[in-house]
Design a protein around this ligand. Structure first.
Ligand SMILES: [Zn+2]
Length: 307
């Protein structure tokens, strides 16, 4: 049985979800910094988002099939629209809730038509806006068993919210012909949830993966708040690598190269479809996890015997 809440000793959650980009460029430090470290400076050479841009505006757009992007410049939010209403995946920061609603209406959809609110994982940059979005929409909040306690309890910059439905691995949310399946891929959080669905555009079906996160942001060894953290990461990488995926999406636009893909999309074609991207991402993320683990093990090893 995992214990809760998630340990937050190691990193200020300002860094909760930064990650390597789809191209494998590191955008956040590995997690083996000392517990007492202040918020680390953005790594030099990083062109990824700092926390400063997380809530910067980004124009909403139709992404593919029945998926719309309604998130911010630095945190993702996806609106999945169906004839029976819509599903919103992630609420961004607490201060993202109002702009996300504006983005939804700007695309011609109604906030009151949201039937379900889903969450990738219960960190403040993806769950902070859920409470206000739930109030505005009247939607039911669906969460994994592992992350539901943290959503209910709330956290800094993350108002507590009632969870209406708990899903386990393989659980589904169905609405208007769209089925979203929950894959519990823990490590980043105990209930980190990767959602998958199929969407259709121009008569062609695409398998979409909404990746949770496998970035290391917490202590891996001796983590009293999350004792199974290493085993959970180890379990999740193979699961994630094998998910059928034509379209890779994730909680931060930098993780799936949104800005660069949008530029390519403007030039024609569909850069969102890339069946190789998920595996490349998982490989790179697992490499970073192993490096972080090795670093912690080295730091924990007894000093070499004197010669
Ligand atoms: Zn996170």
């Amino acid at each position: 049985m995992r214990s809760f809440p998630i340990s937050r000793r190691v990193f200020p959650l300002a860094w909760a979800c930064l990650a390597l980009s789809a191209t494998g460029r590191a955008e956040a430090p590995a997690a083996s910094a000392p517990a007492a470290a202040a918020a680390p400076a953005p790594p030099s050479g990083s062109s990824g988002p700092s926390q400063d841009d997380w809530n910067e505006p980004y124009p909403p757009y139709h992404l593919l099939g029945n998926i719309q992007y309604v998130g911010r410049h630095g945190v993702s939010a996806f609106l999945i629209t169906t004839p029976a209403g819509s599903i919103l995946l992630d609420g961004g920061l607490e201060e993202s809730a109002v702009p996300i609603q504006k983005s939804i209406t700007e695309l011609g959809f109604k906030v009151s038509d949201i039937e379900f609110l889903l969450n990738s994982h219960a960190h403040f940059d993806h769950a902070g806006g859920l409470a206000a979005l739930k109030k505005a929409s009247g939607a039911k909040l669906v969460a994994s068993r592992g992350d539901a306690p943290r959503l209910r309890a709330g956290a800094d910059r993350q108002p507590a919210e009632a969870v209406d439905r708990v899903v386990d691995d393989g659980g589904t949310v169905e609405l208007g012909g769209t089925v979203l399946t929950a894959h519990v891929t823990p490590g980043h959080t105990p209930g980190c949830t990767t959602w998958t669905m199929t969407t259709t555009e121009a008569g062609k079906a695409y398998r979409v993966v909404f990746y949770c996160s496998t970035t290391v942001v917490d202590r891996l060894l001796g983590n009293a708040g999350y004792p199974s953290i290493v085993a959970d990461y180890e379990k999740s990488f193979p699961i994630l690598r094998e998910l059928p995926c034509d379209v890779f999406l994730a909680p931060h636009p930098a993780q799936w190269g949104m800005l660069e893909k949008r530029e390519r999309a403007a030039a024609g074609g569909n850069p969102f479809v890339d069946p190789t991207e998920l595996r490349r991402y998982v490989d790179q993320s697992e490499k970073q996890f192993r490096e972080a683990l090795a670093k912690e093990k080295a730091a924990a090893a007894p000093a070499a015997a004197p010669k």
